[in-house]
Design a protein around this ligand. Structure first.
Ligand SMILES: NC(=O)c1ccc[n+]([C@@H]2O[C@H](COP(=O)([O-])OP(=O)(O)OC[C@H]3O[C@@H](n4cnc5c(N)ncnc54)[C@H](OP(=O)(O)O)[C@@H]3O)[C@@H](O)[C@H]2O)c1
Length: 285
């Protein structure tokens, strides 16, 4: 049987695929852009066209599949967007679904991940939720443009701290869960990086690694929202979800450091400094 990886081209999905292959699993990669998947993964995996908003793509994706990595594409802001596929998984005898959730959602009903976790649990599919902290890839991905062009980090996180984790480490953790479905049935895992950092510390680390001054001047929600929607042209729904997440972060929900990654993998999670060194070229002018 095979493991279906949704969002396979995404920050986390690509590493889930890589780690599952190392474990000898047969993998089906899924996404709306089949060409991109073929370019990324070649013939090491099966690739299927899959769209959460198109039920006609579900059955082929689940063919000979007994485990699923489930992620919510960031622009699908409503939990209900994922329910039709979860319903189909229920009727497909899935042995384990590992849902990419979010640290702290067990106590917070606002992010869509909370309702999605509950929906999976209530419908009765064996689950292993993974609840990571903020991805280091936010800094090297969405926020890299301002770092590269303006030497600034533009995030409305105030003085709050986040226990950033590398998506590579998240991918490995998910592969571990999916590789042993019986062992991890009906569990949830909060995984974080090794330390909680505020964005002043992130800017300092980047300054050291890049050899030029990077600053964080604590922008407010309005400035952030307007900039990302009007200047960067990002989807309003996506930006609104991120504003809610930064609101939570300011309440202290992102700063917990756990040993969840170590317990799953027996390894220490990557530090932000090592991550910045490895991804240095993204920030070069
Ligand atoms: N960033 C963080 O700090 C953080 C922290 C905790 C949790 N999370 C959660 O992690 C999730 C995002 O994961 P990620 O960063 O790995 O994703 P990502 O890099 O944003 O990639 C999104 C993926 O979704 C696929 N996709 C887009 N539209 C789709 C559709 N309609 N149907 C099926 N697939 C579709 C894309 O592939 P195609 O282009 O091929 O369709 C792509 O692989 C979000 O739910 C977010 O809330 C994020």
């Amino acid at each position: 049987m095979k493991v279906l990886v949704t969002g396979a081209s995404g920050n986390v999905g690509r590493y889930v695929v890589k780690e599952l292959l190392k474990m000898g699993e047969n993998v089906v990669v899924a996404g709306t852009d089949i060409k991109k998947l073929k370019t990324m993964f070649g013939d090491k995996v099966d690739a299927v066209e899959f769209d959460f908003t198109n039920r006609q793509t579900f059955m082929e994706a689940l063919h000979e599949v007994d485990r699923v990595f489930l992620m919510r594409p960031p622009h699908l802001g409503k939990p209900q967007d994922l329910y039709p596929f979860i319903d189909i998984m229920k009727s497909s005898n899935i042995k384990l679904v590992s849902f990419l959730s979010l640290m702290g959602v067990e106590h917070n009903t606002i992010p869509p991940h909370h309702k999605i976790e509950k929906y999976i649990e209530n419908i009765g599919i064996p689950y292993a939720h993974i609840r990571p902290g903020f991805f280091m890839q936010n800094v090297s991905g969405i926020h890299a443009k301002e770092i590269k062009e303006q030497d600034k980090i533009l995030v409305p996180a105030g003085k709050s701290k986040a226990s950033f984790i590398d998506a590579k480490d998240i991918g490995l953790s998910i592969a571990v869960l999916l590789h042993e479905p019986e062992r991890y049935k009906n569990t949830a895992h909060t995984i974080t990086g090794p330390q909680a950092l505020d964005y002043y510390q992130v800017a300092d680390i980047l300054s050291t690694v890049l050899g030029r001054k990077i600053t964080y001047d604590k922008p407010g929600y309005l400035k952030y929202r307007q900039y990302y929607i009007n200047n960067r042209g990002l989807d309003k729904k996506y930006v609104n979800v991120t504003v809610a997440l930064y609101f939570m972060t300011r309440m202290g929900t992102a700063k917990e450091v756990t040993d969840g990654f170590y317990r799953l993998t027996g390894r220490q999670p990557r530090t932000f400094k090592d991550f910045a060194k490895e991804n240095k070229e993204v920030f070069l002018k």
